[in-house]
Design a protein around this ligand. Structure first.
Ligand code: AMP
Length: 380
């Protein structure tokens, strides 16, 4: 399969060749023609599968054939759960959109930054990427109109459709026109996704790509039994002894992520915390530094366990285990992607042993538990 055979324009093919996408990923081969045929999509595909370009390319093709609105009536709405994902999707739209004639205007809006510049920038936007709360705020002040939406994309739909977003999503659905194309992408097929599939999608093309669970085989998993008070030294020992170049560490709270990052810095390891209490600028800067390989360790809460794609991330460490097995799979899925193997290391304190067994059972894979008593890491 080639991108040419999918019917993309020469301008888009040129961008694809510049960025060295030599052939479509499986999700793209299926999704691109279906979206161009104006079909609804139910895509079960994890981050790393290439789903973003899978919907971005055909949506740009479709818009080229349409009259572009120049008022506040947005034509394509992409809803995402986090600001970081909004920025990431916006970058992909901008990359390809620049090559498309007709000046398609693309904008991402999300909370945590001033609303006024977004209100002004919304004039003439054709493709809007948004987090639900900020979108509703902008709609309430008439900065954006949703009644002309032709295509709705729900990225990370399993997250968008769970309880935390339910009220906001219901309000948004009421503002959308009944007749529209719906593209729903989710890493997992949960009951929530299944329910919404039934009410939202019309005769969808179902595309199922290996899920994070299958991807797990690419990831080498190790766990250490370690009491809470020895987790810090063990972390520093592993990072230094294994000369880990880039590590994503997951902590269970804002406080803990700050503490862990601070201790790493005190021991000479470049580390930054990443959580919801930081300013948007700090979040964006940290992501950029981490993505470009300038930052060695990012200590994050589950804020970035979803959707965020970091190329060639070799290590994920669960400093604290997540509560849900699903989140465990999402977290470790940040490594071991795009055919590059990765390693996931989990710290299991004695009280977590049972919980870790539950996680392994759900994942369908057993992980060797090494007792940290047998490792000499005093002084780290
Ligand atoms: P996504 O699942 O959309 O987050 O994309 C995963 C990663 O794959 C991103 O870093 C893309 O740049 C990359 N990618 C997407 N499609 C292709 C392709 N056809 N060839 C090479 N890389 C791709």
């Amino acid at each position: 399969m080639t991108f040419e055979s999918l019917g993309l324009s020469p301008a888009l093919l040129e961008v694809l060749s510049t960025i060295k996408y030599s052939e479509p990923y499986p999700v793209q081969s299926e999704v691109i023609p279906a979206v161009m045929n104006r079909k609804d999509i139910l895509g079960i595909a994890p981050t790393g599968s290439g789903k973003t370009a899978g919907y971005v390319l055909p949506l740009l093709m479709n818009l080229q054939e349409k009259k572009l609105s120049r008022n506040r009536h947005v034509q394509v709405l992409v809803l995402v759960p986090t600001r970081e994902l909004a920025i990431q999707v916006n970058d992909v739209f901008k990359l390809f959109g620049a090559a498309v004639p007709g000046k398609i205007k693309i904008l991402a809006v999300y909370g945590g930054v001033a609303v006024n510049p977004q209100m002004m920038a919304l004039q003439g936007v054709n493709i809007l990427i948004a987090t639900p709360g900020r979108l509703l705020e902008l709609e309430a002040s008439n900065a954006v109109k949703l009644s002309g939406i032709e295509t709705l994309v729900l990225d990370e739909a399993d997250k968008m459709l769970n309880l935390g977003f339910q009220e906001e999503m219901n309000r948004i659905f009421e503002l959308l026109p009944k007749k529209r194309q719906n593209l729903l992408f989710s890493a997992t097929l949960s009951d929530d996704v299944n329910n919404i599939n039934r009410v939202l999608l019309h005769d969808p093309v179902v595309v199922k790509i290996e899920n994070e669970k299958d991807n797990i085989d690419l990831i080498e998993q190790t766990a250490y039994l370690v009491p809470d008070e020895r987790k810090g030294p063990l972390l520093r020992y592993l990072i230094k002894q294994h000369s880990m170049k880039q590590v994503l560490v997951f902590a269970s709270s804002v406080y803990s992520s700050e503490k862990v990052a601070e201790k790493l810095r005190n021991s000479g390891v470049d580390a930054t915390a990443m959580h919801s209490k930081l300013s948007q600028k700090a979040r964006t800067d940290a992501m950029e530094r981490f993505r470009s390989g300038k930052l060695r360790v990012m200590v994050a809460t589950d804020l970035i366990s979803r959707g965020i794609d970091i190329k060639f991330l070799p290590y994920v460490i669960n400093y604290e285990l997540p509560r849900s097995p699903k989140d465990y799979i999402h977290r470790i899925g940040r490594t071991g992607r795009a055919e590059s193997p990765g390693e996931a290391i989990s710290f299991v304190s004695p009280v977590d042993e049972h919980h870790f067994r539950v996680i392994q059972k759900k994942m369908g894979k057993w992980v060797t538990l090494i007792d940290s008593k047998n490792i000499e890491f005093r002084g780290f």
